[in-house]
Design a protein around this ligand. Structure first.
Ligand code: G3P
Ligand code: MG
Length: 250
């Protein structure tokens, strides 16, 4: 049902390193993590980059939108200095480079497709196509536990991903799980529901599992809450506190 690892480092290494950077992946590895969630959107030239916010200013100095810049320009920007001067010069990663690092280090990926407004289908298609090409051998071999899981709050992005790469699994991200969640997930061929643990109840978790879906929660930083969620049948979660909740927590 859930062939993947159960504890994921959120945005690379949670709060221990600058989010969505290769430095975060190295930090996660140093903490024993080999499973990661991260966010991907398109640069102006249609190249996917690893970034959470659709605009500059918080994690990258500057102004304007991510889609105002080509990927090569973003890759020359500093995504580490805001977090600490020891990370100065850490670039905005290209998705291709970030995913290649993960594959090379056997880090399993939950790739969150995070389209800027208006770029839903293009982002879903680009991320899915690249992922499919990269994992074609694993897909052909049926090594499903090694193939990344795509997730998104954007159903248009997931629908586009399904067209481009139907054999790369998808998960529907929902902050609050609505009444029609099952029909929406089935329409996208989703294998899992990813949701905010703050709004999840034991009954809802039971119903999602009974319907045959994987169940993943974000972002779980309290070990007591983590135990409760796992007892409810939650399959996996991501955490910002990889120093408190270890990779072998489950
Ligand atoms: O993928 C789950 C989680 O990352 C969604 O929220 O804002 O941290 O990307 P956010
Ligand atoms: Mg995310």
């Amino acid at each position: 049902m859930w062939p993947y690892q159960k504890i994921l480092a959120h945005r690379g290494a949670g709060k221990l390193a600058p989010e969505n950077t290769i430095a975060a992946l190295r930090c996660g590895l140093a903490h024993g993590f080999r499973a990661v969630e991260f966010d991907v959107m398109l640069a102006r030239d249609g190249v996917p980059v690893v970034m959470h916010d659709p605009y500059l200013g918080r994690t990258v100095a500057g102004s304007g939108n991510v889609f105002d810049y080509d990927a090569a320009e973003l890759a020359g920007m500093d995504a580490g200095r805001w977090f600490g001067k020891q990370f100065a010069g850490e670039p905005v990663p290209l998705f291709a480079d970030f995913a290649a690092f993960c594959k090379a280090h056997a880090i399993w990926m939950n790739i969150e497709i995070k389209p800027a407004p208006g770029f839903d289908a293009a982002t879903g298609a680009a991320v899915a196509a690249h992922t499919r090409a990269m994992f074609a051998d694993d897909i052909a071999a049926g090594a499903i536990a090694d193939v990344p899981l795509l997730s998104s709050f954007s159903e248009a992005a997931l629908a586009a991903a399904q067209v481009v790469a139907p054999d790369v699994p998808r998960a529907l991200l929902l902050d609050v799980v609505p009444r029609n969640w099952e029909a929406r997930a089935r329409a996208l061929g989703a294998v899992a529901i990813h949701t905010n643990h703050k709004h999840l109840t034991a009954d809802l978790a039971r119903r999602i599992k009974l319907a045959g879906f994987g169940l993943f929660c974000y972002t779980v930083n309290n070990p007591i809450r983590a135990r409760e969620l796992l007892a409810w049948g939650v399959d996996a979660f991501c955490t910002d506190r990889i120093d408190v909740i270890g990779a072998d927590f489950a």
